[in-house]
Design a protein around this ligand. Structure first.
Ligand code: ZN
Length: 247
């Protein structure tokens, strides 16, 4: 089975469509979404509708989905994220709001060997930035492969005989990782709609469970169009600017 792995789309329709075009050429069977469909970007309604039409086989909610859906207040957000969340809530229709509100909390099992979550398996809102959090997640992992999002940084690490090893960062258009037996892996496909690793290209991954491999991918998209949508919506201009620098 080949899965298209999408995370942190953040209402960026132009990036999502570029990813679907690129991934469509590579071929996949089903879609998996690691949360944060909305927030920051200018097309929340269209993005949620697009995700609904993809009929994901597995999906978990992100912190921005919770706030947009009204499940959680925005007290944990900075001023800019809060403004975007308020705008997003009003830009969504009843059907899409309901879809976001019903998204399950992670973690969720994709199959016998793959777990998905937004932040970390133990806490959907925790950012795995530091080695100690990666080691904790890998040590407690119930499955050999854990897919996560939330940090917007594409990366793969693994725990081999108690030592944390960097496997890859997604700097090339395609970075292929083959999972070795008896080693636990933690993989972030990166963010579709708001990359933060200094590379403005949209990030996603293709997981092939038959080959026991994942390919981290980058694809260029019309950044200026996504920026125009943010500015047209009256959202903070910094949200548009950051897309061109990938920060
Ligand atoms: Zn996010």
């Amino acid at each position: 089975m080949r899965y298209l792995i999408l995370s942190d789309i953040h209402a960026n329709l132009q990036a999502l469509d570029a990813v679907l075009g690129g991934a469509g050429a590579a071929g996949y069977d089903r879609v998996v979404v690691l949360g944060d469909l909305v927030g920051y970007g200018g097309d929340p309604e269209a993005v949620v509708k697009r995700v609904m039409s993809l009929d994901p086989v597995a999906i978990v909610r992100g912190n921005h989905d919770k706030v947009a859906a009204g499940i959680e207040d925005s007290s944990g957000f900075n001023v800019i994220a809060r403004r975007a969340a308020q705008w997003t809530r009003h830009a969504l229709g009843a059907e899409t709001l309901q879809y976001l509100a019903a998204l399950p909390a992670g973690p969720a099992a994709l199959d016998q060997s793959v777990l998905i979550c937004h932040g970390s398996p133990s806490d959907e809102d925790l950012y795995i930035f530091h080695d100690r959090d990666a080691v904790r997640a890998l040590t407690a992992a119930e499955r050999p492969v854990t897919l996560f999002g939330h940090t917007h940084l594409p990366i793969a690490v693994r725990l081999a005989e108690g030592t944390l090893e960097l496997v890859a960062r997604a700097t090339e258009p395609e970075t292929r990782i083959v999972f070795e037996p008896d080693i636990n892996y933690l993989v972030n496909p990166g963010s579709v709609g708001q990359p933060r690793d200094g590379d403005p290209r949209a990030a996603f991954a293709i997981l092939d469970t038959d080959d026991r491999a994942i390919v981290l991918c980058r694809v260029a998209y019309p950044v200026a169009e996504a920026q125009a949508r943010i500015l047209e919506a009256g959202l903070p201009p910094s949200l548009a600017h950051r897309l061109s620098v990938g920060r």
